[in-house]
Write a protein of this length. Structure first.
Length: 295
């Protein structure tokens, strides 16, 4: 019989589709199950409800939470609001957790105090995936980094009480499809909450894109990152001003380097940042939601 982690809930935001089925199957195959699995479904599809029913039939305590809202931040927040255990873990529908993922999280979480636990993110499949983290050494981040973001929310867990310090994910329309994760991690670090990287806690991130997808992907990510920057620039954040300036200066250099070397991915990255970052910053500057911590 599979062990149940009584203190831990798993939240999955999704729009439905076959990609979710693989994620649910990976959790079902784990060496440990959560006390509850909450699937926040913005697609409101009948097949998702059927999959959740099947999980329950097999003994996993799963809940289907339909939502008419848009955006991954809103879906994540609706799930977090329903958590009744001391700890919560989050993954996304395009991830495949390793069999020992939950067991390792459950073992580490009581030891970390008021911190956020994250881990290794490996490419899963034969296509392209932009977000991976393959470092072999553990690390503890106590301050924001000028040249990198340190948290991958589809592989993270933390004590639920931290939401009182950090607040919820920002649901502003400028962060609907990207950037909400880096904004939340930045606020956590600024609130004195460390981010702890453990390479033994692993998920696979579906590598399902092709080269033709890269221009739109890089532009979407750059726009979301710009919106994250714009939000904090509105609050006159000097650190974010330095980071945004660095990225704005780097963007045309990446594009020129890509054109000179005929590197398709570098061209897509540079062009995405040249066009996406300024638009995102302008959108973020209109974000007046400095969300207070939730009680």
């Amino acid at each position: 019989m599979t062990a149940v982690c009584r203190d831990l809930t798993v939240v999955i935001p999704t729009t439905g589709g076959d990609v979710l089925h693989g994620c649910l199957s990976s959790i079902l195959a784990g060496t440990a199950w959560p006390q509850e699995l909450i699937v926040v479904d913005q697609g409101r599809r009948a097949d998702v409800a059927a999959w959740i029913t099947e999980l329950r039939r097999q003994g996993l305590n799963a809940r289907h939470l339909p939502s008419s809202q848009r955006g991954i931040a809103a879906a994540t927040n609706r799930g977090l609001e329903q958590v009744r255990t001391p700890f919560v873990a989050v993954t996304h529908d395009d991830c495949r957790v390793r069999r020992d993922w939950l067991a390792r999280l459950a073992a580490r979480l009581p030891e970390i105090g008021d911190g956020v636990l994250t881990g290794r993110v490996e490419p899963d499949g034969d296509g392209i995936v932009l977000t991976v983290k393959l470092a072999d050494e553990p690390a503890v981040y106590r301050a924001p980094q000028l040249n990198a973001d340190v948290l991958f929310p589809p592989n993270m867990a933390f004590p639920v009480r931290l939401l009182r310090r950090v607040g919820a994910f920002d649901e502003h329309r400028s962060l609907l499809s990207a950037g909400e994760d880096n904004d939340w991690a930045y606020r956590a670090l600024r609130a004195g909450v460390p981010v702890m990287y453990d390479p033994t806690i692993t998920v696979g991130h579906l590598a399902r894109f092709t080269r033709s997808d890269l221009p739109a992907l890089y532009r979407r990510y750059a726009r979301g990152q710009g919106a994250f920057y714009g939000k904090h620039l509105r609050q006159r954040d000097g650190f974010i001003a330095r980071r945004a300036l660095r990225d704005l200066v780097r963007a045309p250099w990446l594009l020129l380097r890509g054109l000179a070397t005929r590197n398709v991915e570098l061209i897509a990255m540079g062009r995405g940042e040249v066009t996406g970052l300024p638009c995102g910053i302008l959108a973020g500057l209109r974000n007046d939601r400095h969300r207070a911590p939730q009680p």
